[in-house]
Design a protein around this ligand. Structure first.
Ligand code: FAD
Ligand code: MLT
Ligand code: ZN
Length: 564
């Protein structure tokens, strides 16, 4: 049996380089003077293979308990939104039709002919506990034909429909605003095929991301997307939001990896484009409209996706840095020196790490605080080669004083602890009550200035304090996918208040537009950014989107009241 890990060069190499990597938060390894590269994937025995990000469950169930009945109805927090009077309300006859199509009591939550308020609540409210709809019926089809019959019926009867996957979306797109019918994909969860030679997976839209990744992992492949909500989000939801996640830097976006899909249009037409070819230049690539379309033109029912080979050698390092300028230097060096094995470069500011430690009770990996932290992951096929590259890189960034301090994971559990410091920020941000989230693409030189300016704004307007409970804002934190120029600006609050929102919007969007950034890098627009699309898209582009929406969904029943 091959060794489970290989010892990397001795610590003294790094001492020569002017500083030391400490293992303060971790038990000291044997022998203590060595760094050990992470054991090859698939060969460890202590835990089942996971994606290399943390296995901590950041799914909806694991967040602090706040009664859903306390969440304000979206209709009340957005008083300008009016229910479209063209739409019919769901009646007992409609429910009878849905029941007949679905053929199983488990496939419908009926709050029309009886009181099902408690059962409906989880489908009406979102992960952030910020948006709350008032739907009375949830449908859970298990075949494409059922989806087709339901949509055709809803279209003919002007019943609006809210497509829903794992309900982990962060922009209010996954839950209804008023009484839209929720069509939840959770029962469409079969994997149809996986080709071990090409790495092409064909699966239902309702397959949970973690399950899809576990399936391909058994054959030595990796699903080309990973994110903190992987235990709950569905691959159809991932495609519908064009989710980015932790390794877009390495594997690219859904627009590139999705080879084909099957979807159902509002009139019941089944869009049969479940192509499994890498190359297919035959006219318009219509599937792209469903990728990132956020359920606005149809329901994705199946996908075909190209999965890359899973890397047997994975390393994770966590650094402390003294300035954002040093973070940029470290990223540049990582690209130069780690090049093809670099699989993630994530940024966290000191506030985000302090918030994570405070909310989770976890100890941070480095003893003393630093203004910035980076998490770097390498994934390659040759442990010796990767360790050599990583060591050279570490020596360089330490020697040049780009990085002030750092640790390298020694084993699977340390690797997961390091990833948890990054992935745990989402949950920590809303731990004290709620969070205003901004997911932005900003050119790298300017990326962090927005967080600083935002913090100054709340310091001077008197709305922020980490001790005074009367202040709505708890803290302002910045983190994100540095490798993709994607900043997450989170304003952690004790409660949602309009005054806070007014201080942030449209200021954040104007700031981003002035720097030619995007107001949504990866989370989408949903309801949260409905009013702000013009900061990232010209009138012409929005006009073209509206035309397309009309072609596919002339009655406007698909996910109404959202961005389009
Ligand atoms: P939902 O939340 O149910 O729906 C999202 C949108 O897609 C809605 O508009 C819905 O109508 C539509 N939709 C869902 N399924 C379908 C379908 N089958 N057909 C048509 N439309 C559909 N996002 C990232 O991009 N990167 C991250 O790193 C990331 N990390 C996250 C971490 C945490 C802890 C959480 C809670 C969320 C995170 N997200 C991230 C956001 C979210 O997980 C993603 O947007 C995810 O892709 C949503 O999938 P879902 O199945 O939960 O979809
Ligand atoms: C992340 O990168 O952690 C996700 O996009 C979720 C978030 O911003 O909370
Ligand atoms: Zn993200």
């Amino acid at each position: 049996m091959p060794p489970l890990h290989r010892l990397a060069p001795p610590l003294r190499c790094l001492r020569l380089a002017n500083s030391t990597f400490q293992r303060s938060a971790f038990p000291r390894p044997t022998p203590p003077a060595f760094f050990r590269a992470h054991q090859p994937r698939g060969q460890h025995t202590e835990a089942a293979p996971t994606t290399s990000a943390s296995s901590v469950d950041h799914s909806p169930q694991s967040q602090p308990d706040r009664p859903q009945s306390k969440i304000t109805y979206t209709a009340d927090s957005y008083p300008n939104l009016k229910r479209d009077s063209r739409f019919k309300e769901v009646t007992a006859d409609d429910v009878a039709f849905f029941r007949e199509v679905l053929g199983s009591d488990n496939a419908i939550i009926d709050g029309v002919t009886k009181d099902a308020s408690d059962d409906l609540e989880a489908f009406n409210s979102d992960w952030m506990k910020k948006y709350r709809g008032q739907c009375k019926v949830v449908l859970k089809p298990d075949t494409t034909e059922q989806v087709s019959r339901i949509l055709k019926y809803c279209n003919e009867n002007l019943l609006p429909v809210n497509p829903q996957g794992g309900n982990t979306g962060l922009v209010g797109g996954s839950v209804p605003v008023f009484d839209e019918v929720v069509l939840n994909l959770s029962r469409m969860n079969s994997i149809h095929s996986f080709d071990e030679v090409s790495g092409i997976l064909v699966a239902d839209a309702g397959v949970i991301l973690q399950a899809a990744d576990d399936h391909v992992a058994e054959k030595g492949y990796i699903f080309p997307l990973d994110l903190g909500a992987k235990g709950s989000c569905q691959i159809g939801g991932n495609v519908a939001t064009n989710a980015g996640g932790l390794r877009l830097l390495r594997y690219g976006s859904m627009h590139g990896n999705i080879l084909g899909l099957e979807a159902v249009l509002p009139d019941g037409t089944i869009v049969d484009d479940l192509c499994t070819l890498r190359k297919n230049n035959t006219g318009y690539d219509l599937k792209q409209l469903f990728i990132g379309g956020e359920g606005s033109i149809g329901i994705i029912t199946k996908i075909s996706i190209l999965c890359p080979q899973r890397s047997p050698a994975v390393n994770v390092a966590y650094f402390g840095l003294s300035s954002y300028a040093k973070v940029q230097q470290a990223f540049r060096e990582a690209k130069i020196q780690l090049s093809e094995i670099l699989s993630a470069f994530e940024l966290m500011d000191s506030q985000s790490q302090a918030l994570y430690a405070r909310a989770s009770g976890a100890r941070l990996p480095l003893e003393s605080p630093h203004p910035f932290y980076c998490l770097i992951e390498t994934s390659g096929s040759n442990t010796d080669h990767d360790s050599e590259k990583l060591t050279t890189f570490l020596e360089h960034v330490m020697g040049e004083e780009i990085v002030a301090d750092g640790v390298v994971a020694d084993n699977e559990s340390q690797l997961q602890s390091l990833w948890a410091c990054r992935e745990g920020i989402s949950e920590a941000s809303q731990h004290f009550g709620g969070v205003y989230k901004y997911d932005l693409s900003i050119p790298l030189p300017d990326l962090y200035s927005l967080v600083e300016e935002c913090r100054e704004r709340f310091q001077s307007n008197g709305l922020m304090s980490d001790t005074d409970e009367s202040k709505p804002v708890f803290d302002v934190v910045g983190y994100g996918h540095m490798g993709d120029s994607n900043l997450h600006l989170n304003v952690a609050v004790r409660r949602y208040e309009k005054e806070v929102e007014k201080a942030l919007e449209p200021w954040v969007y104007e700031w981003v537009a002035q720097r030619k950034g995007s107001i949504s890098a990866e989370h989408g627009l949903g309801l949260a950014k409905k009013e702000f699309i013009q900061y990232s898209r010209s009138e012409t582009m929005v006009g073209l989107m509206k035309q397309l929406k009309k072609v596919y969904d002339p009655n406007g029943i698909m996910n109404p009241y959202k961005y389009i």
